[in-house]
Design a protein around this ligand. Structure first.
Ligand SMILES: Cc1cc2nc3c(=O)[nH]c(=O)nc-3n(C[C@H](O)[C@H](O)[C@H](O)COP(=O)(O)OP(=O)(O)OC[C@H]3O[C@@H](n4cnc5c(N)ncnc54)[C@H](O)[C@@H]3O)c2cc1C
Length: 349
């Protein structure tokens, strides 16, 4: 067997046996060098060790060490205080799957990662009545796979199930969380949550405030600790059309070009009396298409109207293009999907 050069062997040993490291030794110094932010009682458990991974490339071995420190707070207050103290040098991390894609593309690693995985309150999932309406409370740490499997979500929030099903592959969904998807501001679950008028719980150091997801997405700087996503149940008549479509470069396991969701309903006269639309996709932050919604309200589905709606979606949806798909292409795709769904409504009539 070929011997590894000593410096590699040393790093492998540190990776495999992190608990053998001395706190003040050459490697343990990593956790000591920056020190613990003053006034914080956060467990050092798993701290540096968790952040290590390595890749083996070609014949030689290439060790890649995540240099960030991982903090493992056990309650919201600790997590929030850490974020306040460490500020821009830190980020929250839940499943880490989005971070993984960013680092693979060469994004710099932050000095500190504040892991939310030990905060048990973020794992709650339940439904609750409030003011005569039923709400789904989804803790931010709920895995995407659990959203998919949950029988109550399947039965009462099928649009959410439909959206989550399009996100990544099962292995990623087993790790990625709904909170991470929303906090990313570009996650594919967001258009579905927007048309259901979901709210998010944000912890501000003292309290959890409920904020409209739509409103939150429209604000520029995002530094909130999301605790839960609260989704009202929409008891729409069967004549309503609910849709969610993700258009990608291939049918599955693909990033989205356009992601669009909607709920459209008409009354007995064939007049539209309920319209909610939201579109996003790629690096575009999803938005409600409120101008188009207003145009739809009170109208009947007919060819002159469909033309106007197509134009309205085309001008209201303002995505950015990239090397593969222009902004115009994305706008056209979004407009075509809305028209196709309106035609389904016409057929139901
Ligand atoms: C191969 C692959 C394919 C993917 N495909 C898709 C896809 O098709 N559609 C899609 O939408 N995503 C996709 N993703 C991205 C990712 O898996 C999902 O968006 C997932 O839901 C992110 O959750 P996470 O817990 O892993 O987030 P993390 O990576 O842990 O965090 C994502 C962001 O959210 C922040 N964050 C996480 N939790 C919170 C919180 N509670 N409060 C405040 N901020 C928080 C983090 O700071 C970070 O900025 C893919 C990822 C991979 C690796």
């Amino acid at each position: 067997m070929r011997m590894l050069p000593s410096w590699i062997a040393c790093r492998v040993r540190r990776f495999c046996y992190p608990h053998l490291r001395k706190r003040t030794g050459d490697n343990g110094a990593q956790s000591v060098k920056c020190g613990r932010p003053q006034g914080i009682s956060v467990s050092y458990r798993n701290m540096v060790a968790k952040a290590r991974y390595f890749t083996i490339k070609g014949r030689g071995m290439k060790l890649k060490t995540l240099s960030s420190k991982i903090w493992m707070p056990t309650d919201l207050r600790e997590a929030w205080r850490l974020r306040q103290l460490l500020q821009l040098e830190s980020h929250f991390i839940a499943g880490g799957t989005l971070w993984q894609t960013k680092w693979e593309k060469g994004a710099p690693q932050p000095s500190h990662l504040i892991s939310l995985e030990n905060i048990k309150i973020l794992e709650a999932i339940y439904e609750k009545e409030d003011g005569g309406q039923n709400f789904l409370h989804l803790g931010a740490l709920i895995r995407l796979a659990d959203c998919l499997r949950h029988p109550i979500i399947k039965a009462k929030w099928p649009l959410l199930t439909k959206a989550v099903k399009t996100i990544a592959a099962p292995a990623v969904r087993n790790v990625g969380t709904i909170g991470g998807n929303v906090a990313s501001t570009i996650g594919d679950a967001i258009p579905a949550l927007l048309v259901m008028e979901a709210k998010i719980g944000c912890f501000d150091g003292d309290d959890i405030k409920k904020i409209d997801l739509d409103h939150w997405l429209n604000e520029e700087f995002k530094d909130d600790l999301i605790t839960e996503i609260v989704v009202p149940e929409i008891s729409a008549p069967p004549s309503y059309v609910h849709f969610y479509q993700k258009i990608g470069r291939r049918e599955a396991f693909s990033g989205s070009v356009v992601t669009i969701a909607g709920i459209i309903g008409q009354n007995d006269n064939g007049t539209i009396d309920f319209a909610r639309l939201a579109a996003g996709g790629g690096e575009n932050r999803p938005r409600r298409l409120r101008i188009t919604e207003q145009l739809l309200a009170g109208r009947k589905v007919e060819s002159a109207m469909l033309k106007k709606v197509h134009e309205a979606v085309f001008s209201e949806f303002q995505p950015v293009g990239d090397a593969f798909f222009s902004a115009d292409y994305r706008r056209r795709v979004a407009a075509n999907i809305v028209i196709a769904e309106l035609k389904k409504l016409e057929e139901k009539d």
